[in-house]
Design a protein around this ligand. Structure first.
Ligand code: PHE
Length: 470
């Protein structure tokens, strides 16, 4: 039965194509923009260690579960959960997992597109020589000028959303597939060059120490205020953010990977694919950290300066580098592509659902979803200017921060929790054995143990810890 099912959206032509697409989804602003800035905010090495542990103990096993559900169901995440719940005689309430993912996708896209818009704006800045010879203050001013202008932010946000809709309308495979296979490796090479530059010109020792020296006391502390007068208190927030980021960066817990999993050929190994995807994603994030922090320290920026961190530090780096005008332009173009291949996967679960279950045309579905996310995104853009004041904040967070927090740190891990619970308890061993077809029994047993106990318990413990239960 499951063996003969084919997705109506077509299939990836090979396992390698699936891996490229999933890496395209995973590698994006999360690795290059968000990882350095939250690592900076939460104090460096200890945060990185917790994040890596979350990738290994929760992210990888949950990704295997999410792909196997997708391949088994061969439908949109909502359709897949409906179908599998029926087949496994489980409650129909499991479809909520699919709907939750669609909502999370909207929330994420509505701020993701604004940040991708910054990258678009920097392509033009770099190309026109606007970064040449820029000082630290100049870079701060440039960034401040961009985010301070609602008009500019809305313009770039609209442009990026249009790009996303255009590709999704054409179908993922025809849309970006070819471009990604060239551009992702190019981004990787570019990052290695940047690390080389940071090694020579930046304060590499300090940057690397910040990223890798682990002071565990810091994981449980949240520090605010300027460096001279840091105010630290114990908090579960850094742990929650590290776990949330592990989900965010791997595109897990909202159905993107499940939707892509639906197009995976039957014979492909899920385990091997997952490890490749997670390794590539982690490597890109660490390279980004190594490229950025040496520059941050050498130019006197604050590691905790927030979402503008990479835009300011990279502007300084490109500004001082020989040929920086070219390198900068190419880098930001590649960053836009990385964001693009991620944003299309944010939209795919909802589009696949409208097409599968509602009989919509792909183009109309993409347009409706893009328009909704664009509208929601207006609030994210205004969070940096007109709506940045305390009167527009809730729990001390702007709309932008709130959406990121809710989607990344709450909804994605919750999605991951329910994916593990469904696979481990509602569906049971036979389905997983069938789909994973792991030859070595002890490897399967190890994964099975992790997905039954470690991953769900880990998520619950981090949640409880964050609300102060222990
Ligand atoms: N993983 C993407 C990134 O790191 C973001 C993303 C999250 C994409 C969830 C799809 C689903 O940029």
């Amino acid at each position: 039965m499951a063996d003969q099912r084919v997705s109506v959206h077509g299939m990836w032509s090979s396992r390698a194509v699936f891996i490229m697409a999933a890496v395209g989804s995973a590698v994006g602003l999360g690795n290059i923009w968000k990882f350095p800035y939250i690592t900076g905010e939460y104090g460096g090495g200890a945060f990185v260690v917790v994040y890596l542990l979350c990738i290994a103990l929760i992210g990888i096993p949950v990704m295997m579960a999410e792909i196997l559900l997708g391949r088994r169901g061969r439908s949109s995440p909502i359709g897949t959960m409906q179908r599998l719940a029926r087949e496994e005689n489980a409650s129909n309430a499991w479809v909520l997992l699919g709907y939750g993912g669609v909502v999370a996708g909207f929330l994420i896209l509505s701020f993701y597109s604004v940040i991708a818009g910054w990258a678009l704006a920097y392509v033009f800045q770099a190309a026109s020589g606007g970064l040449n010879g820029i000082s630290a203050e100049g870079a701060e001013g440039l960034f401040g000028g961009l985010v301070g202008s609602p008009g500019q932010l809305l313009l770039w946000h609209s442009l990026f959303m249009l790009m996303t809709v255009a590709v999704v309308a054409r179908g993922v495979r025809h849309g970006l597939e070819r471009a990604i296979t060239i551009l992702m490796p190019a981004l990787f090479v570019m990052l290695v060059i940047m690390v080389g530059y940071a090694y020579v010109e930046g304060d590499f020792a300090r940057g690397a120490a910040f990223l890798f020296n682990t002071d565990f006391a810091k994981v449980f502390q949240l520090c605010t205020g300027p460096a001279e007068a840091l105010d630290c208190s114990f908090s579960g927030e850094p742990l929650l953010v590290a776990m949330g980021h592990a989900f965010f960066t791997l595109s897990l817990g909202m159905g993107a990977i499940m939707a892509y999993g639906a197009y995976v050929p039957e014979r492909a190994s899920i385990t091997g694919a997952t490890i490749t995807i997670a390794a590539a994603d982690t490597l890109v994030a660490l390279l980004a950290g190594l490229a950025i922090f040496p520059i941050v320290f050498a130019s006197g920026l604050e590691p905790s300066s927030g979402p503008g961190l990479i835009f300011q530090s990279l502007a300084i780096a490109f500004g001082g580098m020989p040929g920086g005008q070219w390198f900068g332009t190419i880098f930001f173009v590649l960053l836009v592509f990385a964001a693009w291949s991620s944003s299309i996967s944010l939209v795919e679960p909802a589009v696949a659902w409208l097409v599968d279950t509602r009989g919509w045309r792909r183009g109309s579905a993409a347009l409706l979803i893009g328009l909704t996310a664009w509208t929601l995104g207006i609030g994210s853009a205004l969070s940096f200017n007109l709506w940045s004041g305390p009167e527009y904040q809730l729990f001390g967070k702007t709309l932008f921060d709130l959406k990121d927090f809710l989607a990344s740190n709450i909804m994605l891990p919750l999605g991951g929790l329910f994916i593990s619970l469904f696979v481990a308890y509602s569906a049971g061993r036979h389905m997983a054995l069938d789909e994973l077809s792991i030859q070595r029994q002890h490897l399967f047993n190890l994964w099975w143990f992790v997905i039954r106990y470690i991953a769900p318990l880990g998520i619950v413990v981090v949640f409880l810890n964050s609300i102060g239960v222990f």
